[in-house]
Design a protein around this ligand. Structure first.
Ligand code: AMP
Length: 543
């Protein structure tokens, strides 16, 4: 196989993860895991010694040994949580490191099964569109620690749109409604002659299938408590909680079968058991408020797109495993007056990432060929088969607003001057500059407090109070070290730049000097930390 094709797409999901590749027939295909399944539960189990089990077995173990398992780690990717499990090794892992074990496992399975011509090494990993700089960096670092070469971090809805086979000649505005296991993402995308441009994006990283499971689990426990006069509380009992959640997920999935109007469930705990019938009507009623939240978010994003001149929607795609719930399509169709497409919701993100990876790889190889670095041109892609081929050009938007902390010249209040707003196109030139001045003679450094927020109104929210934003660094902001001592009132041009992966870089220009600014974002590792973590993690045996 041509080496340009040895690239892969990975959907690192909250509940399930998946690896895909474009095969020699230009079809995006999923690489199966050890159990022969297309997706692997993103659950990690820590054995007593140094074994780390990922996937179905770990999920099963979470019922009896919740203290040894970690699930939904993607929801915590921006946090400083440290997971201390009763294991000899490894200890005190952060969410990036846990995610890295998930990646290691799915890559290992794909390699062991020998489904592809080579090792899974060069990958595109997906993340929710609303992930900010820190979460994206961490996603990338999870890949690096798993020994992967991360070509790009791609937004999940963009990947889904690519996989849905948007024909290169299509000219359409599409809503991607992505309801996964733990996250909800809604994105409006314009497809035009191979260019895929994200117009607007929004979402909630704490809204997903697991919230539907929680409502159903609570309901089942209520029925059980009523019958037995007990007072069990799943928030105080992790074993009970995990059992109920797994049962709830199973029942929820059964209710997605088109002909199924009700399911039976049996809750057994401490020698008692209760049998109950769960109808679709009960399930829908219990969880309606969650569905309302997704519709509200969707409408918000439609408004943002409208404000940017995109007033028509031609298609709605339903993505993410939770979109299989029947009430989702019904409600979305009714609210948006459409016939939303639901195809391949569990795998389309990984497949889209694989197609994107191939495009990137092909483009790079063509460039190298034209520069004479490469002897042969890459093997041609056949246009238009299954959406896998045909050159695509993705332009994303930033999901967050970024600004500099400063003092309001009039009031002296702590404010943020926003430089780059959410939904700005990431076209390789997403930059903004602001000028600050040194305040004293012989100044050799300037503190640069960088803030991130969700504000979107460029006119009225050009400056906002610091309390309305989140500092990128914890504690005192890092100091930009100037290369020499400057007199008072020397202009310091601070330049914010967001790369095509959606990651913020800051540099400054003072006189003729151009200086890179290294922020120390808690949880984002520097090179040394990354090396140390990679070495530490490789000591565990992954199963
Ligand atoms: P994803 O993050 O896209 O892999 O979605 C995983 C979520 O989809 C989990 O919450 C699953 O319980 C849910 N899911 C998967 N299959 C179904 C189904 N048939 N019906 C309802 N929810 C499902």
């Amino acid at each position: 196989m041509d080496d340009t094709r040895l690239v892969f797409g990975i959907d690192l999901g909250t509940t399930y993860s998946c690896v895909a590749q474009v095969d020699q027939f230009d079809q995006a295909v999923v690489l199966k895991n050890f159990e022969g399944k297309n997706t692997t539960p993103s659950v990690v189990y820590f054995g007593e010694d140094d074994t780390v089990v990922v996937g179905e077995e770990a999920k099963e173990a979470s019922k009896m040994e919740p203290e040894r398992t970690v699930a939904f780690v993607k929801r915590s990717i921006s946090t400083d949580d440290a997971y201390n499990k009763p294991t000899k090794f490894p200890q005190g892992l952060d969410p990036t490191e846990i995610s890295s074990y998930i990646l290691k496992k799915i890559v290992k399975d794909a390699n062991d099964a020998g489904q592809s011509d080579t090792e899974v090494k060069k990958v595109v990993i997906t993340c929710p569109a609303y992930f900010g700089s820190k979460e994206r960096e961490r996603t990338k670092q999870a890949g690096l620690m798993a020994g992967l070469e991360v070509m790009a971090v791609l937004n999940e809805p963009t990947a889904a749109a690519i996989a849905y086979g948007m024909k290169v000649s299509d000219k359409k505005n599409i809503i991607v409604y992505d309801l996964g296991g733990g996250t909800f993402d809604v994105t409006i995308i314009r497809v035009n002659n191979g260019a895929i441009t994200v117009i607007a994006t929004g979402g909630d990283h704490h809204l997903g299938g697991v919230d539907w499971d929680t409502e159903l689990a609570k309901y089942m426990l209520n029925q059980f408590n009523k019958e037995h006069g007990t007072n069990h509380d799943m928030d105080k009992d992790p074993v009970l909680r995990n059992q109920l959640m797994i049962l709830a997920e199973d029942k929820k999935k059964s209710l997605s079968v088109p002909t199924r109007e009700s399911v039976k469930a049996i809750v057994t705990y401490e020698g008692n058991s209760t049998q109950m019938e769960i109808t679709r009507a009960i399930f829908d009623q219990l969880t309606e408020f969650r569905l309302d939240e997704t519709i509200e978010k969707t409408k918000e994003v439609i408004e943002i797109a409208k404000a940017k001149g995109t007033t028509t929607i031609d298609e709605v795609l339903l993505v993410g495993g939770s979109s299989r719930m029947r009430q989702i399509k019904q409600r979305v169709d009714a609210e948006l007056n459409c016939d939303a497409a639901l195809t391949d919701p569990d795998e389309c993100v990984a497949k889209g990432a694989a197609i994107f990876a191939l495009n990137e790889s092909y483009n790079k190889a063509m460039e190298e060929y034209s520069e004479g670095v490469r002897d042969e041109p890459p093997a041609k892609m056949i246009r238009g088969t299954g959406g896998a081929t045909g050159r695509i050009n993705v332009i994303n938007v930033t999901s967050k607003t970024y600004g500099m902390g400063c003092l309001d010249a009039n009031t002296g209040a702590d404010i943020v001057e926003n430089l780059i707003f959410a939904n700005s196109p990431l076209n390789g030139n997403c930059k903004a500059k602001s000028t600050f001045y040194t305040v004293q003679d012989n100044q050799s450094g300037v503190q640069l407090p960088v803030f991130e927020s969700d504000v979107t109104d460029e006119v009225n929210e050009h400056t906002i109070p610091q309390s309305a934003a989140v500092a990128m660094e914890e504690g005192e902001p890092s100091v930009l070290k100037l290369t020499k001592k400057w007199p008072k009132d020397t202009p310091v041009n601070v330049i914010f730049e967001i790369d095509t992966d959606g990651i913020l870089h800051v540099h400054a220009e003072v006189g003729q000097d151009s200086i890179d600014f290294e922020m120390k974002i808690k949880g984002v590792k520097d090179e040394k930390e990354l090396e140390a973590a990679t070495a530490k993690m490789s000591r565990a045996k992954i199963q």
